[in-house]
Design a protein around this ligand. Structure first.
Ligand code: SF4
Length: 243
């Protein structure tokens, strides 16, 4: 068997660490066995199977991520740097679903880390008094960046949607929030006039779904009216969560 080169090893290690983060791990259990036992002083990193054992939801989410693999099910795979699977707590009662990764997210392999992500964090932490990492899980309709930040196309959404459904079925949140028109329209299977329908409850695959404005829209149209609208929507979410 050919030994992988350093670049390949580093890429695989990075993907492995992102996978761990995707399913809620913030530390790596790392065992250093004695020279006498292993013949080496190098630390050994347990396989994902061994360390995913804690938490049924985390395990199920890890299985979804493993099934997704190095996905090439649609053409968005061609231009991506990283698959942006999702991040946060697999035990969370609240899941936010956006449209797709942008440039920053593609670069880091994590959802909502750019300007819109900062705004979303502000909504969660200052507006809702929740902790983004502990109290929520965040993902997107498509897991790879559409070129030039265009809207995802129908066949891309169709290819990726089973994984979103499986993510939600693993997490079993009390509430799902669709961020913006494309996410709301995709989840409801029709064109949603988001400024009219935001703040309303719907059903998605048996989950309670709230529609609200996308944080990027809020940044573009930073009006008192829009901020108040999102605040009102999140108040409804908190009430549903019993907070
Ligand atoms: S967008 Fe989804 S279906 Fe398409 S390549 Fe990425 S992970 Fe696969």
């Amino acid at each position: 068997m050919q030994t992988p080169d350093r670049t390949t090893l580093l890429r695989e290690l990075k993907n492995y660490l992102l996978l761990l983060e995707d399913v809620g791990y913030s530390e790596i259990p790392c065992e250093t066995k004695l020279f006498a036992e292993t013949g080496s002083l190098e630390p050994t990193i347990p396989s994902p199977v061994k360390i995913m054992a804690s938490g049924k939801k985390a395990t199920q989410l890890a299985q979804v991520r493993e099934e997704l693999g190095d996905c090439t099910r649609c053409k968005l795979s061609q231009g991506r740097k990283n698959i942006v699977f999702g991040s946060g707590n697999p035990q969370a009662d609240l899941v936010f679903v956006g449209e797709g990764p942008g440039a920053d997210e593609d670069e880091q392999g994590l959802p909502f880390v750019g300007r819109a992500g900062k705004k979303l964090t502000e909504i969660i932490e200052k507006g809702m008094n929740l902790d983004r990492e502990k109290d929520t899980y965040i993902c997107n309709i498509v897991k790879c960046r559409p070129p030039g930040n265009r809207d995802p196309e129908k066949e891309e959404i169709v290819a990726c949607n089973p994984f979103l459904i499986q993510q939600l079925k693993a997490i079993k949140p009390k509430v799902v929030v669709a961020l913006g028109k494309p996410a709301a329209s995709t989840l409801l299977g029709r064109s949603v006039p988001i400024t009219k329908e935001r703040g309303t409850w719907h059903d998605y695959e048996g989950f309670k779904l709230m529609l609200t404005l996308h944080p990027a829209y809020l940044l573009r149209a930073y009006t008192v009216e829009n901020r108040k609208a999102v605040h009102e929507d999140m108040k409804k979410v908190l009430k549903e969560l019993g907070k």
